[in-house]
Design a protein around this ligand. Structure first.
Ligand code: NAD
Length: 279
């Protein structure tokens, strides 16, 4: 078993998001970066939200623009209502509307439960869960105002909520994070039920272990990687591009009848690998 994963497929991406306007939160790193680039490759104009590291955001913007679409960076903290509202107002002023929201920004502040501070709890819930609420609400307001434009998409808008396998798998030492992801799952499903009659599609993606800066400790040494593989039946770590391909599909009309679902992209991590030999 090698430490590397197979290269992403090299076939050209169909530009099935041409003419659509997308916003990806937390898009200057890891999964959000790969999703933003893939949406641009698929023909969408993209707003690259980020909260720190201007240079990393500028690089993502340049890479998206190299695919012949428009892109710009917008610095905003997704847990702040005023900053989120200003970001969406700016996007509508610049791009005219929004068709795709990928609510991806997230972080961890790990601690044993008895030592977890209120600040650690509130930071994770505020960014991971409330941040998705604030962004989804602004996107929805525009989707409902505009409605379906058949030449652009079958749907009046698409919202993708970046969740985690920890919407399902409890995670000792990470109660704030797992709670935020369980909350995302039920927010996503409730919102999907509420707005499906308006032809707005809301879905979630639950990544397993993906090679990004959020979880370096889980894969950076051969020993850590071997330990991680005990949790992954498919026996490789996920790459950000694995999630990006799922996001492009969920954002496109190819998935038009997919509503209120979580797509697990986890190499089988949620298959209870501890029971693979009979438990
Ligand atoms: P990452 O640390 O590389 O990226 C997180 C991004 O969110 C960064 O760009 C960061 O700056 C941004 N962010 C943090 N706080 C923000 C705020 N207040 N406002 C705006 N942006 C903010 O990590 P990642 O692995 O790419 O994580 C992306 C999402 O995927 C997260 O929601 C994470 O929970 C989820 N996820 C990751 C994994 C994994 O294995 N990497 C697994 C499951 C779920």
């Amino acid at each position: 078993m090698t430490l590397t994963s197979p290269a992403a497929p090299t076939r050209s991406t169909p530009r099935n998001l041409a003419g659509q306007k997308a916003l990806v939160t937390g898009a200057n790193s890891g999964i959000g970066r790969a999703v933003a680039i893939a949406l641009g490759q698929a023909g969408a104009d993209v707003v690259v939200n980020y909260v720190a590291e201007d240079e990393a955001a500028a690089q993502v913007v340049a890479e998206i623009q190299s695919h012949g679409v428009a892109a710009y960076g917008h610095k905003a903290d997704v847990s702040r209502e005023d900053e989120v509202r200003a970001m969406f107002a700016g996007m509508i002023a610049q791009f005219g509307t929004i068709d795709i929201l990928v609510a991806n920004a997230g972080l961890q502040r790990d601690a044993a439960f008895q030592q977890m501070t209120l600040e650690q709890w509130n930071t994770v819930i505020g960014i991971n869960l409330t941040g998705q609420f604030l962004c989804a609400r602004e996107a929805l307001r525009e989707f409902l105002r505009r409605g379906v434009v058949a030449a652009v998409s079958c749907a009046a808008g698409k919202i993708l909520c970046m969740s985690s396998v920890h919407q399902e798998i409890p995670w000792a030492g990470h109660a704030n994070y797992a709670t935020s992801k369980g909350g995302i799952m039920m927010m996503m499903r409730s919102l999907a039920q509420e707005v499906a009659p308006h032809h707005v599609r809301v879905n979630g993606i639950a990544p397993g272990a993906i090679r990004t800066p959020i979880n370096t400790d889980a894969w950076k040494t051969a020993e850590a990687y071997a330990g991680l593989m005990k949790l992954v039946p498919y026996r490789r770590i996920g790459e950000p591009e694995d999630i990006a391909r799922a996001a492009v599909w969920l954002a496109s009309d190819e998935s038009d009848y997919v509503v209120g679902t979580t797509l697990f992209v986890d190499g089988g991590m949620t298959l209870y690998p501890g029971f693979a030999t009979g438990g």
